[in-house]
Design a protein around this ligand. Structure first.
Ligand code: MOS
Length: 729
């Protein structure tokens, strides 16, 4: 396999590597693209949610009379009258689709309230306005129960975090605490990161249509096949009768990977009223019903000798999940792979609170974990009086630090060298607060990005028509990152046909099953399927041609065939065994380096990011344009995390206090400088076509690069995100 992938990856390509425009671009910019809330059906009704206003309670009564009296209201569903759903399946490694049960709550089947914001009723009306207005008139009566809500207060009660089948996060090598005590130079820092929420451009929306036992759902999902299976299970109908359509998804960063209340309640409402129902969540409803990123407290302690060689790394974390579910995030995972040291101690703890379950958000774990480790490395460089780039190079490992496994490839040295050169790193004055431009204090910071590489098997079919047209069919998810475009490029090159003759059909559960678009797995996973299907197709055509020369069209014509179709099907158990075996000897990842320049107003503390450069070691690039955009997008999201985003949860009531884009500040254009992106374009010899997932890596390290630049500009080390002006004054 190794030779084949390397050979393939280095073979001349016509389309792979080129900055091809997205095949869905025109539909998006012209408004032709129909998103989940834009499908019209005759008789379409509209739903709105009623959210619990307390954190933990039983509902003793629920008054819906005023809501029912609103003109246009069709029905109000509560736990007293809603049709039953089956409970959500618990996670089982034998059926990975169970992963999408975002919470353990069976909505509207119980009088229990588990978090402030939980849906306790659904109003269905002729118009969205009537539904939303009536929803404000539903009056639940609560018997409140004690709730545990304060993350900071509960931290001492944290329990060890459970492991994760595919990603190790903890380590014990040598005796790190003892080594810290004897190290000539140390830092020992405590970091906090706040909760963050999902703010995709398209808020979650569902249009649900029943026809007897058959169900069609338009949904902006990252996980078409598993959503279909989940809906079939919950509503007790055959899976083959459920169709999920998601040709366009307006951004998905983990928040559309699981199945949340809105989706289920739209389908339930449609069944209850016997009409198609659309439930388009308000931005606030997304905050109340879709999980976000865990907050964390982290300790990083580093010991080094006088030359800056690490002797000890300690990284521990406390994060939170909901009592009703959530995902323990691998906060210390990246630290298993970043730096060589003889003594390493990594531990994760978690607290369960009476809040909505947390969920995946772009590089869950690594995004916040790298803030701590990469800030601590920078502070160690100050202690040592050493250039932070040089400190990293001195500790760059040849093999995986905790267990000596080989890296499939790792070009961090090259990334640092190229980045430092292009950014002008050597020209900086290393002293803190020494560089000024009028009222601005100017600083530069650097940090490493890291995200593990995973893939899953995909089913793909490729059809070659006698007219030369090629159709690639795969139920992949297109969230705007060019997922369909890159597979068209790959198929065109594999078959040696013009890109214009290739069409990719995607975003539909009636197509061959693809893995979800999460964990940065999609591109390489589908590429593996596309390459295998194209190989099979070429063999089939060769057999048809019986060795005689000719174009595809000529061979098909001579054989009297209208088309040839090749299909490949994933063998999940075999794949999983291979993956786990490979993991025993090999570490593979996407990585990179961020260089950041900030300007801090010496009087007001205002922080502006003025320059950014990233260099990424992310395998072979399929599309130079969409890859650069994807990497830039992660950096922009990281800037929000670093400087302005923060979900404010009232620790007394569990209520989210800033559930809107007016109060939760994501970066706008004026906050984002030009982002210079480079990649090393070196194929990974163990991955299909040498590809490595790039969806998540670039957010990792961003917050640290900003914090490190602020430290250089001002002399102030900020340990608590976001880095707001009050913290640097
Ligand atoms: Mo991603 S956080 O795996 O969508």
């Amino acid at each position: 396999m190794t030779t084949t992938e390397t050979e393939r990856a280095t073979a001349p390509a016509t389309y792979v590597g080129k900055p091809v425009d997205r095949v869905d671009g025109r539909a998006k910019v012209t408004g032709e693209a129909r998103f989940a809330a834009e499908h019209h059906y005759p008789d379409l009704a509209h739903a709105a949610l009623v959210h619990a206003a307390v954190a933990r309670a039983r509902i003793t009564a629920i008054d819906t009379a005023a809501a029912r009296a609103v003109p246009g209201v069709i029905d109000v569903l509560t736990h007293e009258n809603a049709p039953a759903m089956k409970p959500p399946p618990k996670f089982s490694p034998l059926d990975l689709s169970t992963f999408v049960s975002a919470t353990s709550v069976n909505y509207l089947a119980t009088d229990e309230v588990h978090w402030n914001g939980q849906p306790v009723a659904v109003v269905v009306a002729e118009t969205p306005e009537a539904a939303r207005h009536a929803a404000t008139l539903v009056r639940p009566v609560y018997q409140e129960l004690p709730a545990v809500l304060d993350f900071a207060a509960e931290e001492p009660n944290a329990v060890p975090q459970k492991g994760n089948l595919l990603q190790e996060s903890e380590a014990d090598k040598g005796d790190a605490e003892a080594a810290l005590k004897t190290a000539p130079v140390t830092v020992d820092l405590r970091f906090t990161t706040p909760p963050y929420h999902h703010n995709a451009l398209e808020p979650h929306a569902t249009t649900a249509v029943w026809d007897g036992d058959r169900l069609t759902v338009h949904e902006g999902t990252q996980n078409i096949a598993w959503l279909r299976k989940h809906l079939a299970t919950r509503f007790g109908v055959p899976e083959r009768g459920v169709r999920v359509l998601a040709p366009y998804v307006g951004g998905g960063f983990g928040g559309k990977a699981m199945v949340w209340a809105g989706t289920l309640l739209a389908v339930l409402a449609a069944r209850a009223v016997g009409r198609p129902v659309r439930l388009a969540l308000s931005r606030a409803a997304v905050y109340h019903t879709v999980g976000g990123r865990t907050p964390s407290t982290q300790r990083v302690a580093l010991g080094a000798d006088a030359d800056g060689r690490l002797t000890a790394i300690v990284h521990t974390s406390v994060s939170r999940t909901g009592r009703i579910g959530g995902m323990p995030e691998p906060v210390t995972a990246a630290t298993r792979h970043l730096y060589a040291a003889p003594n390493i101690h990594l531990r994760q703890h978690v607290v369960e609170l009476d809040l909505l379950a947390n969920t995946a958000m772009r590089a869950p774990g690594e995004a916040i974990g790298t803030f701590a480790i990469e800030s601590a490395m920078d502070e160690l460089a100050w202690e040592l009086g050493l250039d932070p780039v040089e400190l990293r190079l001195r500790n760059e490992p040849e093999r995986n630090p905790v267990d000596g496994k080989r890296f499939s490839r790792r070009l961090l040295r090259e990334a640092y060298a190229l980045g430092a050169e292009r950014f002008g790193w050597r020209d900086r004055d290393p002293r803190a607060g020494a560089t000024r431009d009028g009222r601005w204090l100017v600083g530069m910071g650097v940090a490493t990005a890291y995200h593990p590489t995973l893939m899953l098997p995909a089913n793909v079919s490729v059809r070659l028509g006698a007219d030369g047209r090629v159709v690639v069919r795969c139920g992949l998810q297109e969230m705007g990152m060019g997922a369909a475009t890159v597979q068209a490029q790959i198929a065109a090159d594999e078959l040696g046909v013009p890109l214009e003759s290739v069409r990719v059909e995607y975003g539909d559960s009636s197509l061959p099953d693809a893995p979800g678009a999460g964990g940065s797995v999609q591109t390489a996973s589908i590429a593996g399927g596309v390459v295998a299907a194209c190989d099979k197709l070429k063999r089939m055509v060769r057999r048809l041609g019986r060795g005689a020369p000719g174009t595809y069209a000529e061979i098909l014509a001579r054989a009297g065939r209208d088309h040839v179709t090749a299909e490949v099907k994933a063998n999940m158990p075999v794949f999983m065994i291979r993956t786990l075996l490979e993991r025993r000897r090999l570490v593979k990842a996407a990585c990179g380096v961020h260089f950041c320049e900030v300007r801090v107003d010496r009087d007001t503390g205002e922080i502006r990011v003025s320059r950014w450069l990233g260099v990424f070691d992310v395998g072979r690039i399929v599309n130079a344009k969409t890859a650069a955009s994807q990497l830039r997008g992660g950096i922009v999201m990281g800037l929000g995390m670093a400087l302005s985003e923060e979900t404010l949860v009232d620790p007394r009531t569990g209520r989210i206090m800033n559930p809107s884009l007016a109060d939760y500040h994501v970066p706008v254009h004026a906050d984002v400088p030009h982002i210079d992106v480079h990649y090393l374009d070196e194929p990974d010899p163990t991955m299909p076509l040498g590809l490595v997932g790039i969806g998540e890596v670039s957010i990792a390290g961003v917050a640290a690069a900003v914090a490190n630049a602020v430290r250089h500009a001002t002399g102030v080390r900020v340990l608590d995100l976001p880095i707001t002006l009050d913290k640097v004054l």
